[in-house]
Design a protein around this ligand. Structure first.
Ligand code: NAD
Ligand code: TYD
Length: 361
């Protein structure tokens, strides 16, 4: 049994799919189940993992990681061999509008989870205790912003978070590090670059652009559009997590990225061209005509880039997808999965879009 926090979100949900498909591909019987521990915030959607919940391979506990009694009860009831900690508030723009939730979940929540996980681990004995792992899923944003010619982030790059989101993730990383150093708690940490793929909540760049384009709405590019992110297909990240769980050295951190640095404007034009090919506009115009430059994000990090040498060398992980193949799969997924899209675009979603973009006009 493995317990996954945030397993109804974008990456956690993809991980649930990946976990069982990986076992099936290896010809293994799916006998190790997943317990998804998720508060189901606006970003959590049980529909993402509906099939696994329906057939009993996954179980959902709806609770807050900061609720220690709920965490304790889940650990005692399910006795996991590992905890994979995905749960977080994850959107930089929301952290600018309202940082409190980020401190609550990313810092207080991670602290609460660590405390209960450490108590649970302390109650284990022998092989069960030796085998237990706490894998903390984090981001490259903790390293701050790179200049044009700076080397990519390595595991020894100094932390320099710039947004409330990245600062709260940096705080959680430090707690995880300290629990290993102080208590010998068996931790692993991954710091990954920007993910994209199916089930991505449409407040983030790639799904927002796909859906706005399909509806003929403006494609809002912040600032000059020349900020750079290092894009990784979400299933490649999920596979990296599986491999770090199996082979990672306790107390270590691993940077995960696909060496795919792309400027935002190039991401958006790539999506537009893919849509021109797959779903041409009725009036014959190009989707690129919808691109609109809007007011920049305050404190907008210029460039992120990951140096994945360590995970490649020590773990043997490499991404399977290029940006070309990954974006092709992603755009097709959004064209084919309108039912999932409808379930996530509730009134609260529309309120957020109105708030974030009204002030950028
Ligand atoms: P997401 O926002 O899509 O999902 C977060 C999930 O956590 C949701 O299901 C939500 O309901 C749940 N959650 C939030 N607060 C909670 C709480 N207090 N208790 C329990 N559950 C709670 O995020 P994501 O993009 O899937 O990111 C997952 C993890 O990966 C995060 O830790 C994020 O920092 C990290 N990460 C994300 C990216 C990326 O590009 N999306 C890149 C690197 C690392
Ligand atoms: P985002 O998906 O929010 O991820 P992050 O800020 O964590 O990297 O944004 C990716 C990039 O796209 C970032 O440089 C901000 C930019 N962006 C836009 O230009 N327009 C938008 O509407 C959004 C949401 C993001």
């Amino acid at each position: 049994m493995i317990l996954i926090t945030g397993g109804a979100g974008f990456i956690g949900g993809n991980f649930v799919h990946h976990w069982f498909e990986r076992q099936a591909a290896a010809g293994r019987v799916t006998d190790e189940k997943l317990v998804v521990f998720d508060k189901l915030t606006y970003a959590g959607n049980p529909n993402t993992i509906a099939a696994q919940l329906r057939d009993g391979r996954a179980t959902l506990i709806q609770a807050d990681i900061a609720d220690r009694e709920a965490v304790k009860a889940a650990l005692q009831a399910h006795r996991p061999r590992a905890i994979l900690h995905f749960a977080a508030e994850s959107h930089v723009d929301r952290s600018i509008h309202g940082p409190a939730e980020f401190i609550h979940t990313n810092m207080v929540g991670t602290f609460s989870l660590l405390e209960e996980a450490r108590a649970y681990w302390g109650s284990l004995t022998g092989a069960d205790k030796d085998a237990f792992r706490f894998l903390h899923v984090s981001t490259d944003e903790v390293y701050g912003s790179l200049g044009e010619n700076d080397p990519a982030f390595s595991e020894t790059t100094a932390y320099a978070p710039n947004s409330p989101y990245s600062a709260s993730k940096a705080g959680s990383d430090h707690l995880v590090r300290a629990y290993h150093h102080t208590y010998g708690f068996p931790t692993l940490t991954t710091n990954c670059s920007n993910n994209y793929g199916p089930y991505h909540f449409p407040e983030k760049l790639i799904p927002l652009m796909i859906l706005n384009a399909l509806e003929g709405k403006p494609l809002p590019v912040y600032g000059d559009g020349l900020n750079i992110r290092d894009w990784l297909y979400v299933r490649d990240h999920c596979e990296a997590i599986c491999q770090v769980l199996d082979k990672g050295t306790l107390g270590e951190t691993y940077n995960v990225g696909g060496i795919n640095e792309i400027r935002n404007i190039d991401v958006v034009t790539t999506i537009c061209r893919k849509l021109d090919e797959l779903r041409p506009r009725a009036d014959g115009s190009k989707y690129e005509s919808l691109i609109t430059y809007v007011k920049d994000r305050p404190g907008h990090d210029r460039r992120y880039a990951i140096d994945p040498t360590k995970i490649q060398r020590d773990i043997g992980w490499r991404p399977a997808e290029t940006f070309e193949s990954g974006i092709n799969k992603t755009v097709r997924w959004y064209l084919e999965n309108t039912a999932w899209i409808d379930t996530v675009r509730s009134g609260a979603y529309r309120d957020w879009i109105a708030q974030n973009y009204a002030e950028r006009a």
